[in-house]
Design a protein around this ligand. Structure first.
Ligand code: SAM
Ligand code: SF4
Length: 444
């Protein structure tokens, strides 16, 4: 598999499942392919290459990816020249077996080998089929090209993999051990993005707080934030995801001192019961989590805190679940991503009975979501009458003469305006707090 691939007027269709990490990987795969002459298409029927970037964190997105790939069989039968590949965590986990399980699949590409995509397609051009490229490079993550178009808000990977081994989680198996990028590379990438028009960056990693934890000469995470803050032209910094185990007082303090760091923290808590947290191997207690929330609000009273939570983990009793609801009431999250536990082959918890019946999981999820909806709406209504800074992202989906953007606390705001505002920071007075967004009018 050698030589540089340059193709004329070929089209690639990419479908992405799962998290921001996968969205970022898909963006970078597209950038690699554009460099080889491919154009993106939204229509699989007109594509020369179809790529499904998958997620295996939970059962549902994994099943959705398989069923989508199944739908491409007919396309392949109609046009055997079309190349169908699978990328992402399902590819990493399934490896060569996927080529047998899905006989019309042409290649399997793991998340640690994205940079080899042009090489794989070159081999396909030369007639090879059934390639499987998975695994991880040792050492620092490989550099990938920047997206070609301007991105007002861009993702920047600062670390890959995870060393935490939460007992329910497949990520360490499919994304490898924790590897941090050198800070110089990160800073150079952000400077290049700003040069192309980026105003906001979101630093990505499974556990960004642990950035370069095992690599002492490198900057710590808060030091990295301070350096990024000093890059001219950058307006906003965000990061995700944070693990309570590695959230230091120094990082909490950064919210009060790093000017461009937005007042929003996504800090998953997963469960409110210490017994469940211990079985999950989360490495923190309920009380420790509550102390961190208190400290965050002491340093930055307006900070918005969002989280991930799961229901129906093996052994979760009604009393454990009540403690999850109590924790939610105590914290009053600004938003919550909630999931029903699904057993993932290869994790420690997969060896334990998945003993919470589906109807109970569903009922718990609904109760939890209902509680959160009330909290979110109340908090959004409390913002009525306040003035907030919005980074204007584009036209509102519901009205052509309204624009949409985000506050520093990551709330969506819609307000009357026109497209020349895109990319600007404007002040908006909030007139109405809704369930999932705010409405307002420009002021000042
Ligand atoms: N690294 C992040 C952290 O530690 O919070 C998140 C990683 S994971 C991709 C995103 C979320 O998926 C987790 O926070 C958890 O709530 C959920 N999740 C992970 N494994 C799961 C499983 N087996 N069943 C249900 N939800 C799961
Ligand atoms: Fe998975 Fe836990 Fe690592 Fe997050 S910290 S990716 S939940 S193992």
């Amino acid at each position: 598999m050698r030589g540089k691939l340059i193709v004329m007027e070929k089209r690639v269709y990419i479908k992405t499942f799962g998290c921001q990490m996968n969205e970022h990987d898909s963006e970078r795969m597209l950038a690699l392919l554009r460099g080889c002459g491919y154009q993106e298409t939204g229509q699989p029927e007109e594509a020369d290459v179809i790529l499904v970037n998958t997620c295996t964190v939970r059962e549902k997105p994994e099943q959705k990816a398989y069923s989508l790939i199944g739908r491409f069989q007919q396309l392949k039968e109609n046009n055997p020249a079309v190349i169908v590949g699978i990328a992402g965590c399902v590819a990493e986990q399934g490896g060569e077996h996927l080529l047998t399980r899905i006989p019309f699949l042409d290649f399997v590409l793991g998340p640690g080998k994205i940079h080899r995509l042009p090489e794989i397609l070159q081999a396909m051009e030369e007639g090879q089929r059934g390639l499987c490229v998975i695994g991880f490079e040792n050492g620092t993550p490989v550099k990938l090209p920047l997206p070609q178009s301007r991105q007002l808000s861009a993702y920047v990977t600062i670390m890959q993999g995870c060393d935490n081994f939460c007992s329910y989680c497949i990520v360490p198996s499919v994304r490898g051990r924790e590897r941090s990028r050198p800070s110089n590379d990160i800073l150079a990438e952000i400077a290049a993005l700003i040069h192309k028009g980026t105003k906001e960056v979101t630093l990505l990693g499974q556990n960004v707080n642990a950035y370069a934890k095992n690599n002492p000469p490198e900057l710590t995470f808060p030091q990295l934030l301070a350096k990024i803050n000093a890059i001219p032209g950058l307006e906003r910094i965000r990061f995700t995801t944070s693990h309570p185990r590695d959230l230091t007082e120094e990082t909490i303090g950064a919210f009060g001192t790093v000017e461009h760091l937005c007042e929003h923290l996504h800090l998953p808590f997963q469960a409110g019961s210490d017994a469940v947290l211990a079985r999950m191997n989360r490495g923190h207690t309920r009380e420790e989590y509550l102390v961190q929330v208190k400290r965050l609000r002491e340093v930055t009273p307006q900070i918005s805190i969002t989280a991930d939570v799961m229901v129906g983990f093996p052994g979760e009793q009604e009393a454990d679940f009540d403690q999850t609801l109590e924790l939610m009431q105590a914290v009053e999250f600004d938003g919550l991503f909630s999931f029903k536990y699904s057993s993932r082959q290869g994790t420690r918890a997969a060896a334990w009975p998945d003993d919470c019946p589906p109807v109970v999981k569903q009922r718990r999820l609904e109760r939890l979501q209902e509680l959160q909806r009330g909290i979110t709406l109340r908090k959004n209504k409390a913002l009525e009458g306040t003035i907030t800074e919005v980074l204007v992202e584009g036209r509102s989906r519901n009205s052509p003469d309204h624009m949409t953007g985000r506050t520093r606390c990551n709330r969506i705001v819609n307000f009357p305006g026109s497209p020349e505002l895109i990319g600007a920071l404007v002040n908006v007075k909030i007139t109405e707090g809704l369930q999932n967004s705010l409405r307002g009018v420009r002021c000042g």
